[in-house]
Ligand binder design. Sequence first.
Ligand SMILES: NC(=O)c1ccc[n+]([C@@H]2O[C@H](COP(=O)([O-])OP(=O)(O)OC[C@H]3O[C@@H](n4cnc5c(N)ncnc54)[C@H](O)[C@@H]3O)[C@@H](O)[C@H]2O)c1
Length: 397
Amino acid sequence: MMDQPIRIGIVGSRYAAEFHYEAYQRITGIDVKVIGVTSITREHREKFAMERGIQAFDSLDEMLSEVDVVDNCTPGYAHEPISIAAFEAGKHLIVEKPFTGYFGPGGDTNFKGNTFSKEKMLEEAVASSRRIIAAALKSKKKLCYAENWIYAPAVQKEAEIISKTKGQILWALGDQSHSGSPSPAYGIWRLSGGGSIVGKSCHPLSAILYLKQVEGLSRDGKAIRPKTVSARTHEITRNPRFIDRGFLRTDYEDIEDYCQIHVVFDDGMVADVFASEIVMGGVHNWLEIFANNHRVRCNLSPINAMELYNPQEEQLTDVYVVEKIGTKQGWSTPAPDESFMFGYPQEIQDFIEGIATDREPKAGMLAASDIVGVLYAAYLSAERKGIEVDIPLDPSL
Ligand SMILES: NC(=O)c1ccc[n+]([C@@H]2O[C@H](COP(=O)([O-])OP(=O)(O)OC[C@H]3O[C@@H](n4cnc5c(N)ncnc54)[C@H](O)[C@@H]3O)[C@@H](O)[C@H]2O)c1
């Protein structure tokens, strides 16, 4: 254990940075201190820093010498350079999803991801992932992949059931959907690395990949890994026949807003995941596992811990109800502690414990690397209208 607090520097000062910061405030048993933040908009990083009594740094370089851990909460396009800079400076890394991806040839603002060769994209995304993993291995610092679904209490409970009963997952089914991301970078491939596949399906897929790892490790001492993928994507809100009634975000430039993905694992068992930007009624996060010895449904959102009837919208103006709910009037199911149900504090707790005690986090290099292969192989399959594609796995892991 370290005698000094573990010092954190956050990169990015918007949504992800906010919930990561909140998660640090809930850490128990380890002394941790968020030192500061840096991002590309001065005004925003200074406001973020001032509101939290931390330092605003003009650049990552300035922040690096003051921290032990870089928490990368930037959009996907910035993940690789910031992550590698962190490892080269000898810092541990926490990095948001997507771990990395393909964002077009550097500086080409005319790049359109939806029409670009997916074969090239897969090759480049996997190469990017391998560069970050290589930098992590060289630095011997921790790579913590902030895939919160792995830490959601419902997913962890299922991991316990799988490992204690030695159950076999035959089929997993999952979904993350809502009415559109609040990030201005989302919708532009060169910033986000893709649409529903990269931005949303990554969550249920990562949870399923994790559960198959747990299954293999607990039964045979060897993780079960994904082998092939088939996928379809659609651009529903850019379909000229889409009738816009104003309830869904529609300003995407070159990404898909619907996907379905079928994964076959190396044990021959399967998973199906849906993700989209066309679902109203609050964020829809769930996973169903059909095992050889049990069946379970993991609900991250909505959950029915509370059932609220509100006769008048305005009464709840200052009350948070649930992510992405379109209206607070009428019946709703408020999440009393949504961050907890999503696994946000638990992931940061695990990362900091892993760093303090020199052990691997539950979501580390394997989770980060495998999902990049699955997601971009899915794009290649979708380009081929659903033909099965082999998933390239990192041979160093
Ligand atoms: N796990 C989850 O549930 C979840 C939820 C939301 C977002 N995310 C992920 O978190 C990341 C950030 O999402 P967001 O919604 O906060 O995005 P955002 O676009 O709203 O904010 C990004 C922040 O990064 C900063 N930034 C961008 N490029 C930078 C660079 N090169 N150097 C330094 N700072 C830079 C911006 O100034 C901004 O402060 C994304 O990768 C997203 O996929 C995860």
